[in-house]
Design a protein. Structure first.
Length: 131
């Protein structure tokens, strides 16, 4: 799995589209893949929106996401929301916390991690790196 992470509106989706422009791609926005197909790439984005809609205990939701996105041809786009002003709304603070724990787990499992900062890519983790 390859993760692209960065702030909101930093060019993550555009970057992934360019990387995968010659590939067959299934795109999931705010939802989990129903099945993985090794013949094509799977892009999953908007997991924070999925987390807002579901009614599962945190660990169960994280386990479900991690199990649903495993695969070499999986590309996950994560919005880094753990910087900046902490929201006053309790639900939004909780979402930030849950996303932080989810992202740690996904990044641990990922083979590659790339940060996108205003359209510029920076590799944070490459295949073979020890975590």
């Amino acid at each position: 799995m390859h993760i692209y992470i960065g702030g909101a509106h930093n060019g993550k989706r555009a970057y992934v589209r360019k990387v995968l422009e010659n590939e067959r791609v299934r795109w999931f926005e705010g939802e989990l893949p129903d099945e993985m197909n090794s013949d094509q790439c799977t892009v999953v984005a908007g997991l924070e929106n999925w987390l807002l809609r579901i009614d599962l205990p945190e660990q169960e939701a994280i386990d479900l996401i991690v199990d649903s996105v495993k695969g070499e041809n999986t590309f996950i786009i994560l919005t880094d929301m753990n910087r900046g002003i902490v929201p006053m709304d309790k639900a939004q603070r909780n979402l930030r916390d849950v996303c932080g724990r989810l992202y740690q787990r996904l990044i641990l499992e990922a083979e590659e991690v790339t940060r996108i900062w205003y359209g510029i890519a920076q590799n944070l983790k490459k295949r073979g790196d020890l975590v």
